[in-house]
Design a protein around this ligand. Structure first.
Ligand code: HC1
Ligand code: SF4
Length: 568
């Protein structure tokens, strides 16, 4: 067993990547800006300083732990240096904290408080650079950037997009989109993973909350809302619930108190997506269509494919995402059902995702010049709206989603975790292809956080090869292998965010260990509790087809309203 000494206490270690991880494992939360366990080491923020006996003061993120090391994490000199570093950052930082989206959830604010910074001894060097509001999903405020480079690394290492980089050096250094363009002009796919790792408010989701309040307060309008699968296992974290606890039923009560007229479930539309997408897959499989078929519900993945792999677009399912299918169903069926004039129906989404804001405003999802989904809120925006009303979520009585667009199967619920769309699609497709009732509905091969999950299933004497990837760098690797003839699959699920939507760019920011698995577990537990788990058993989806979409998946009406086209 290997040991070293931290603050006079012996600490065991094994395969930790660096001294910082050993120290954190020993229960000492050394501050950092630029260290992120899932990213490469940058070593620029100089906050994780430690004093190593015989070697002096160094950044612990860049030091390999060695047996016998004697380390102090807090000396007078270190404390001073940390304080100076934080004060220098504050001097160059826009300090309008009360109006910042990240107020109370900001590493810089937190550090200033912990280190007891009472005033900033340096001249204010903040430059008042313009905000970049060009993106439909995100707002960049360079005045709040601390140059930690976390966003640059997540975008290139985890997403392999490379939309952000450093420009200039020294006191003029900045993080900018490629060619110093606006964010919306480049290759950014709107996934929001940069906003998730940003320690301050330099990149945040663009908020639609004010527009939604305005609609709610307008007596002419009937405001309906759909809530995505992953929101229900993320929202509770902002109200003291256990990570991953499904708070859907209390959330419905809160949303009724806020003034939403009808609260529906995106999981209904996810079931309907499976009707279309699995039907499309079976059609491709049996008629020699383009395979592998990729799922299409993640708008960041779709933009990634459009940007980097246009030649693969014929392989992407043409089925719209659940958000967009809900939009179509709402516009087509709700005015008559609710007795509201079409122009007075306002359709809102709550999504764990920033790319869904981008998706909703795409011209192809407009009808008569208006988006089918008017506004998209993130989980965090919904949490803030609930807080702003003084509602205590934990104290509310539970309520059910409104019918009929609030009914869903377990298959629709697990969409929010990586592998969930594939599992739901298999529940449908395997039963249809084999022509026999499916007894074993769990496809555990699709679950978990492995970067790529693969399986070969025997169905009606045929082999079905499936793969699931999450994180766009993993998607890129798989697509490259397919193009080179090194990988063969029939059906592939891609989600842009590592872990799937449960860890989307609009979810509460956390550094808790295992938060992705815990949120996913919340969805799988809900699936298990449902009486109906196969999407094809959703009676209300059947009824919706009968009433408005040509009676069956793949009908002409379904193709016109529930499918889409790509830019190639
Ligand atoms: Fe997702 Fe989806 S699962 S994309 O991850 O297919 O955002 O939660 O709403 O549309 O249903 C997100 C989640 C979400 C869609 C569904
Ligand atoms: Fe990169 Fe995603 Fe951020 Fe765009 S939203 S800059 S693609 S990490």
């Amino acid at each position: 067993k290997k040991t070293l000494t931290v603050n006079n206490t012996e600490v065991e270690f094994s395969d930790e990547r660096n001294l910082l991880e050993v120290i954190r494992k020993a229960g000492i939360d050394i501050p950092t800006f630029c260290y992120h366990s899932e990213l490469s080491i940058y070593g620029a923020c100089r906050l994780c300083l430690v004093d190593i006996k015989g070697r002096g003061i160094m950044a612990s993120c860049s030091i390999k732990p060695e047996p016998g090391m004697v380390v102090q994490t807090d000396t007078k000199a270190i404390r001073n240096m940390r304080k100076i570093n934080v004060e220098l950052l504050l001097a160059s930082h826009n300090r309008e904290c009360p109006t910042c989206q990240r107020s109370a959830n900001c590493t810089l604010q937190d550090l200033a408080r912990k280190l007891g910074v009472k005033d900033v001894r340096y001249k204010q060097t903040q430059k008042n650079l313009p905000l970049d509001t060009s993106s439909p999903s995100l707002v960049r405020d360079p005045n709040k950037c601390v140059l930690c480079g976390d966003c640059v690394r997540v975008c290139s290492e985890v997403q392999s997009v490379g939309a952000l980089d450093f420009a200039s050096r020294g006191s003029n250094a900045r993080v900018v989109p490629a060619f110093d363009n606006d964010l919306s002009e480049g290759e950014c796919v709107n996934c929001g993973q940069c906003a998730q790792v940003c320690p301050t408010g330099a990149i945040v989701a663009k908020s639609d909350a004010d527009k939604v309040w305005e609609a709610i307060y307008d007596p002419e309008k009937v405001v309906v809302v759909q809530v995505a699968p992953a929101v229900r296992v993320g929202l509770g974290e902002r109200f003291g619930f256990k990570t991953g606890e499904n708070v859907a039923r209390k959330m419905v009560t809160a949303m009724k108190m806020m003034g939403f007229d009808h609260v529906y479930d995106t999981c209904f539309a996810a079931d309907m997506t499976i009707f279309e997408e699995a039907t499309e897959f079976i059609e491709r499989l049996t008629t020699g269509g383009k395979l592998p078929m990729f799922t299409s519900c993640c708008p960041a993945w779709v933009k990634f494919a459009e940007t980097f792999y246009p030649e693969m677009l014929p392989n992407v399912s043409t089925t719209r995402s659940p958000q967009a299918i809900f939009g179509a169903v709402a516009r087509k069926t709700l005015p008559a059902k609710l007795g509201v004039k079409p122009e007075n129906l306002v359709v809102v989404s709550v999504m764990p995702c920033t790319a869904k804001k981008f998706e909703a405003q795409l011209p192809k999802f407009k009808r008569d010049g208006r988006p089918e989904v008017d506004y998209v809120l993130t989980t965090v925006e919904l949490a803030s709206m609930i807080e702003s009303m003084g509602i205590k979520l934990d104290e509310l009585e539970p309520a059910a989603f409104d019918m009929p667009l609030g009914f869903s199967t377990g298959g629709g619920v697990i969409f929010g975790a990586t592998g969930g769309v594939m599992e739901a699609a298999l529940r449908f497709a395997v039963e249809k292809v084999s022509g026999e009732p499916l007894e074993e509905i769990d496809f555990k091969e699709t679950r978990g956080l492995a970067p790529r999950k693969e399986a070969t299933l025997e169905v009606a004497g045929k082999q079905l090869r499936i793969a699931v990837v999450h994180g766009l760098a993993n998607a890129r690797k798989l697509v490259e292998e397919i193009k080179a003839g090194k990988a063969q699959f029939d059906f592939i699920e891609v989600m842009a965010c590592p872990g799937g939507c449960v860890a989307g760019g609009g979810q509460p920011i956390t550094s808790e260990d295992g938060f992705r698995s815990k949120r996913a577990a919340g969805l799988y537990d809900t699936d298990k509790e449902r009486q109906v788990q196969k999407p094809q058993d959703n009676y209300w989806v059947d009824k919706c087809y009968a009433e408005a979409f040509g009676g069956r998946p793949g009908s002409h009406e379904a193709h016109t309203r529930l499918h889409t086209v790509y830019n190639n």
